[in-house]
Design a binder for this molecule. Structure first.
Ligand code: BJW
Length: 248
């Protein structure tokens, strides 16, 4: 892939980089996105029936089974070149803050250490009544087990529609984005709030904004550079071209 000299030069001098990732960054690992027209999860399943607290209250077993199925898919997937490029950038490049909406843990598996998870992580469970952390997903359980602390049902440790995000995670993300010189929005449709506000926050702060996505999003027209390419192709090439890291 070719990048403009101006883009390379501006990224080279960036001291603080913030990155927001979404489901598209894991698509090349084999994990379905949410909003793709045919293959997206929300094209086949109703989020109101599966990804809300009301849904869990109505039918905890159904919700548990759906997440157990997704956890199994995710467990069989490995990080792709986009995850690996971001991990390499963190260890050898400028100061990087990686903010993800993904719940799959693939950034950490690729080697990224400081990951802000805005929507939780499917590998963990917590209790429905009080959010008591309850450790790793119990692989054997066919239905939601009980919290050892309070006896309420356990649920996936993810953020459903209508639920607030972890305040410390949001604060850390906002602070990193407000201070960054360069901002990457990668593989997200930029429609789910409050995460979708972050690109605009970066813009307001004067950061150079780069979007990597094969399709348009509400942010595309605002980005200084929009790379219409799969993340697993564009990101390793860009990290190599700018910072000389990786195979490219
Ligand atoms: C590639 C690629 C490749 C493909 N390379 N790219 C303000 C305004 C309007 C609405 C709201 C608002 N504030 C709150 C709301 C309501 C709601 C919301 O935003 N709704 C919108 C849909 C309108 N937000 C919430 O409820 C949030 N809570 C909240 O705000 O609390 C306070 C509050 C409560 C009540 C009222 C008001 C305020 C919580 C949101 C939780 C989102 N949860 C989910 C599920 C997580 C668990 C699970 O996995 O089951 O999170 S929904 C789903 O969407 C998931 C994702 O993290 C999230 C974002 O999706 P993402 O990652 O962008 O994926 P896609 O599929 O949409 O896009 C993929 C992109 O990749 C595409 O663009 C492709 O082109 C691209 N792509 N292949 C690069 N190879």
């Amino acid at each position: 892939m070719q990048f403009s000299d101006a883009l390379i030069a501006r990224l080279r001098v960036a001291r603080r980089v913030a990155v927001l990732t979404g489901a598209g960054v894991s698509a090349e690992s084999g994990i379905p996105t949410f909003r793709a027209a045919q293959t997206g999860l929300w094209a086949r399943y109703d989020p109101q029936e599966l990804a809300t607290a009301e849904a869990f209250r109505r039918n905890p077993r159904l919700v548990w089974e759906w997440y157990a199925w997704r956890r199994q898919i995710i467990a069989a997937c490995r990080p792709n070149p986009a995850h690996l490029a971001l991990a390499a950038l963190e260890s050898a490049g400028p100061h990087v803050t990686l903010i993800t909406q993904n719940i799959d843990g693939l950034h950490q598996e690729a080697g990224s250490r400081a990951v802000i998870e805005l929507h939780g992580n499917i590998r963990r469970v917590k209790c429905f009544a009080h959010n008591h952390p309850a450790g790793d997903w119990p692989v054997e359980a066919a239905e939601p087990p009980r919290c050892p602390r309070c006896g309420s049902l356990l649920r996936p440790d993810v953020v459903w529609f209508g639920e607030t995000l972890d305040a410390r995670a949001v604060q850390a993300a906002v602070s990193a984005v407000a201070q960054c010189d360069a901002f990457f929005s990668i593989g997200t449709s930029t429609v789910v709030y409050p995460a979708a506000q972050l690109p605009w926050l970066a813009l307001q702060g004067g950061a150079l904004c780069v979007e990597i996505n094969p399709e348009d999003t509400p942010f595309t027209a605002e980005a200084a550079v929009a790379l219409r390419s799969p993340a697993g192709v564009a990101l390793p090439a860009l990290v190599k071209a700018v910072w000389g890291i990786g195979e490219g």
